[in-house]
Structures are given as structure tokens and as C-alpha cells.
Design a protein around this ligand. Structure first.
Ligand code: NDP
Length: 322
């Protein structure tokens, strides 16, 4: 089969489109013939070496397709099922072996490409708004990169839960996207001091929670945007990882709470996975949640897809088609 492999961490040129052996499912695993794979920032972190793997390694944490074989002891899925998954590495390929407990059946009403596009960012938005900080009516949140793939889903789910949502984006065009997703207020953080704007919007108080996927560039002002005892959710490194933090800083800024979560710990068993995935896929199928697929690329063009995602020019989901 064809797959993207990394022999040495580095720039986009580190992605090699190669012939490699089609894997065989072992106990508790299924072989999925992929129809589409999601492109996510985590793939860039693995490619550059920010997140570690032993070379040569495969990339891609999200996909959807048809089960073509199962290993011993698999009960969750059968050959011929349409399935989707996230957080098992190796989806930049024609076939992937996936632990069967991580596979979710795709509802008939949903096409396979939307299923591939929904899983990772969708379940992330779900755990952030339902578990990390379980938003309720009247809460106020700040969502950075609100026109991004994860951002637009977080905004929509925060609105479903009745929160007031302040979004940040770097351009006027993206601000329109963020507004269309449901943001009550949008700040252009390339032009304005977003902490001061948040304070103005909230009558000097600050927000209950900041969902910060940008990392290093927004860290300080995100803390400034919180109310006393508010929660800082640092869940990404799009601008680079946040440098080490002194706990006293959280005291000085108002007895703040800090968490640095990952989806892997929020879909950690079959029950939790099905709760989040079925919510996300069901909402998309019923039209309650809008998922924007920005562009699809041939698998061989994975490097270009990563360049585009890192360039801040995209807004929504990028897919690879094997
Ligand atoms: P996006 O579609 O959101 O793209 C990233 C966006 O971040 C850009 O469009 C840009 O929006 C903004 N950004 C700000 N500064 C930079 C910079 N220096 N370089 C590039 N982008 C920048 O990507 P994803 O939806 O795939 O991921 C968003 C974030 O969420 C990532 O940090 C990712 O790691 C994180 N994430 C974390 C998960 C977890 O469980 N912890 C799971 C899923 C995603 P703008 O131009 O408006 O500033």
C-alpha cells in the first residue's frame, strides 16, 4: 500500500510518500481501508519532533473507511462496517490497523468524508465544553483561533450549552466565519490587545474559561483575560509550546486554575468514546453542528496540506484522500 512515512523529523520535506507493507490486524485490532484521513496540528508536532516517535514512523491520527479484516477477539465491528476513529497513529495511508475499541460506526445519514473530518476536532470540542469546563447557561468563554477547525466546533458547542462566546481570529474574513459559527463577540488579535478587549466586553471581570490552542503567543494575555479563579485550558501549541510556568503567576493573576488536556485522556474507554463520537456524528448528521471541509488533497500531497494548515490561511477541516 501507499503511505506517508517520516524517516527523520523535520520540515514538510520529511514526509515521504512510499510503498510499504499493508498491515495485518492482530488480537483486538481491525484493518480499515481508508476513504479519507483528517489533517491535524498534532501531525505537524509529530513531523517536527515536538511529539516523539521512533523512526521510521507513520503519521495521521484520524480517518474513516470500511473494515476489511478483523483480528481475533474483535466484537465491536465486523468486516464491511463503515467506521471512523481518532487518536490511533497511521491514517496517512491507504490502510490502517486500529484497536477495534476505538472504532465507531458511521451513521447512515453521514457521508464518510464528514465522518473522517469530525472525529478528532469534534471530540476535542466536546470534551473541552462538556468535561474540562462543563459550560452552562450564562458562562463566558474565550476561544482562540475561533475560525479554525477545532475553533469553529468549540464555538458551536459552547453556544449549544448557553455560554456567551468571545472568539479571536487574525483576519476580518476569519472573523466573519467565527461570527457565523456563533461567536457573540470577535476580536482581531493581530490588531487589538485581546485581554483589554475581553475586559471591556465583560465589564472588567474577565471570562470563566479560556480555551487556548495557540500556546506561546497568547499565554500571558489569556491569563489576563480570566476572572478570579477562572480556568486556563491550554490545549495546543500552534504558535509554539508554552514555556515553563511559575505557579506563583497563577496566584498573582487571581488564584487561577490551569490544565493542559489531551483528547487521548477524554476518550479513554469505549463508553466515553461512544458518548462523545455519537454526539458529534449525530449532531452533524442532523444539521445541529456545521462541519466545514475547507479542502481535500491527494494522500501524496500531505506535505502541502501541512504547509497550508501551518500557514494560518485555512479555516476548517483539511482531508487527505488515499
Ligand atoms: P486550526 O484549523 O485551528 O489552525 C490553527 C490556527 O491557529 C490558525 O488558523 C491560526 O488562526 C491560529 N494560529 C495562531 N498563531 C499561529 C501560528 N503561529 N501558526 C499557525 N497557526 C496559528 O488547527 P486545528 O483545528 O487542527 O488545531 C487547533 C489547535 O488545537 C492546535 O494547537 C492543536 O494542537 C490543538 N488541538 C489539541 C487537541 C487536544 O486534545 N489537546 C486536540 C485537537 C487539536 P488565526 O489565523 O485566526 O490566528
Amino acid at each position: 500500500m501507499k503511505a506517508i512515512l517520516v524517516h527523520q523529523p523535520g520540515g514538510p520535506e520529511a514526509l515521504r510518500y512510499e510503498e510499504t507493507a499493508t498491515p495485518t490486524p492482530g488480537p483486538g485490532q481491525a484493518l480499515v481501508k481508508l476513504a479519507a484521513s483528517g489533517v491535524n496540528f498534532i501531525d505537524i508536532y509529530f513531523r517536527t519532533g515536538l511529539y516523539k516517535a521512533d523512526p521510521p514512523y507513520s503519521l495521521g491520527m484520524e480517518g474513516a473507511g470500511i473494515v476489511t479484516a478483523v483480528g481475533p477477539g474483535v466484537a465491536e465491528v465486523a468486516v464491511g462496517d463503515r467506521v471512523a476513529y481518532a487518536m490511533a497513529r497511521g491514517s496517512y495511508a491507504e490502510y490502517a490497523v486500529v484497536p477495534s475499541w476505538q472504532l465507531v460506526r458511521v451513521p447512515e445519514a453521514l457521508d464518510i468524508q464528514h465522518a473522517a473530518a469530525a472525529m478528532l476536532q469534534g471530540m476535542t470540542a466536546h470534551y473541552l465544553t462538556h468535561s474540562t469546563f462543563s459550560l452552562k447557561q450564562g458562562d463566558r468563554c474565550l476561544v482562540h483561533a475561533a475560525a479554525g477547525g477545532a475553533g469553529m466546533l468549540i464555538v458551536q458547542m459552547a453556544k449549544m450549552r448557553g455560554a456567551t462566546v468571545i472568539g479571536t481570529t487574525s483576519t476580518a474574513e476569519k472573523a466573519e466565519r467565527a461570527r457565523a459559527a456563533g461567536c457573540d463577540h470577535v476580536i482581531n488579535y493581530a490588531e487589538q490587545e485581546f485581554d483589554a478587549e475581553v475586559k471591556k466586553i465583560t465589564g472588567g471581570q474577565g471570562v470563566d474559561v479560556v480555551y487556548d490552542s495557540v500556546g506561546a503567543a497568547t499565554w500571558e494575555k489569556s491569563l489576563n483575560s480570566l476572572r478570579r479563579r477562572g480556568l486556563m485550558v491550554s490545549f495546543g501549541n500552534a504558535s509554539g509550546p508554552v514555556p515553563p510556568v511559575a505557579p506563583l503567576e497563577l496566584n498573582n493573576k487571581g488564584s487561577l486554575f490551569l490544565t493542559r488536556p489531551t483528547l487521548a485522556h477524554h476518550a479513554q474507554d469505549r463508553g466515553e468514546l461512544l458518548w462523545r463520537a455519537n454526539d458529534v456524528l449525530g449532531w452533524i448528521a442532523s444539521g445541529q453542528l456545521n462541519l466545514h471541509i475547507e479542502r481535500s488533497y491527494p494522500l501524496a500531497d500531505a506535505a502541502q496540506a501541512q504547509i497550508d494548515l501551518a500557514s494560518r490561511k485555512t479555516s476548517g477541516k483539511l482531508l487527505l484522500i488515499p
